[in-house]
Design a protein around this ligand. Structure first.
Ligand SMILES: C[S@@+](CC[C@H](N)C(=O)[O-])C[C@H]1O[C@@H](n2cnc3c(N)ncnc32)[C@H](O)[C@@H]1O
Length: 254
């Protein structure tokens, strides 16, 4: 996403209109050789400062992770993370890396991501090779990523970690998902570029599928996003964003 605050920008050619339509294709440009940029959405996939560290600040810390993983676990239920926008899999690889460091014996993580335009393996490799810290996770995940990802891609990464990527519009995927999400990573491009990923209907579907005490984290700080999350039922908190960004949002289902 944009390093500057896209939600208060008034540059020519941008719109904050929630009416803006979701593009039907996605064409990638590669800045600096390995930084994917979506031409149709007009946005980067993560901040240009360091997407991996941004994931730690915004999505992991924003959801109280990894601390929550140290709590006693029920053997019947996985810790279920939902993500809007799988993209390169950077958030997944960084989450899996930290999960391996902090998980309890017997605990299971299920990371379920909703993605309309799944990437090809060579694109994932090209983007993620930038971070040696997640080399092991990138290689293991890319090796079993399908050539033609469609429908529900279900990958067992290790005996405590499962990844599902639902290749559909996020609203359809979340609406069809079973309830029980413990944490959400809201990562659907800047709200001004892709309002469909922040709509009242989608925020309501997220809330309805969240367990009591479940949380979300996002770099977005736009007023309409905050209001949609509050209207859905979440308690919303503003925190300092990553790399000097003034604000991000996180919150909880009571
Ligand atoms: C900011 S990127 C996500 C970055 C990603 N989490 C990562 O770790 O690389 C946003 C993603 O949302 C996807 N997307 C955009 N609109 C969508 C929609 N309506 N439903 C599902 N996915 C969508 C894009 O294809 C893109 O991959």
């Amino acid at each position: 996403m944009n390093d500057h605050d896209p939600d208060i920008s008034s540059s020519a050619g941008r719109t904050n209109s929630p009416e803006r339509q979701t593009p039907v294709t996605q064409t990638l440009d590669w800045n600096d050789g390995d930084m994917p940029y979506s031409r149709e959405f007009g946005d980067h996939f993560y901040c240009q400062t360091d997407g991996r560290l941004e994931c730690g600040h915004t999505f992991l810390t924003g959801n109280g992770l990894p601390e929550r993983w140290s709590q006693p676990v029920s053997p019947e239920s996985d810790f279920l993370i939902g993500e809007l926008g799988f993209g390169t899999g950077l958030n997944f690889c960084e989450t899996w890396r930290q999960w391996k460091l902090f998980r309890q014996p017997g605990a299971r993580l299920h990371f379920m991501s909703f993605e309309l335009f799944p990437m090809q393996r060579d694109e994932i490799d090209r983007a993620l090779a930038r971070w040696p810290e997640i080399d092991a996770e990138r290689k293991a995940f890319a090796a079993i990523w399908p050539d033609q990802p469609t429908g529900h891609v279900v990958l067992e990464l290790d005996d405590q970690t499962k990844l599902t990527v639902v290749c559909d519009p996020a609203l359809d995927g979340v609406t069809a998902a079973k309830a029980g999400f413990d944490a959400w990573f809201l990562d659907g491009f800047a709200p001004s570029r892709n309002p469909a990923m922040w709509s009242p209907e989608l925020m309501q579907a997220l809330y309805d599928k969240t367990s009591p005490g479940g949380t979300f984290g996002t770099y977005a700080a736009a007023g309409f996003v905050r209001r949609n999350l509050q209207a859905a039922g979440f308690t919303v908190e503003r925190r300092p964003g990553f790399a000097g960004k003034r604000e991000m949002l996180c919150g909880k289902r009571g």
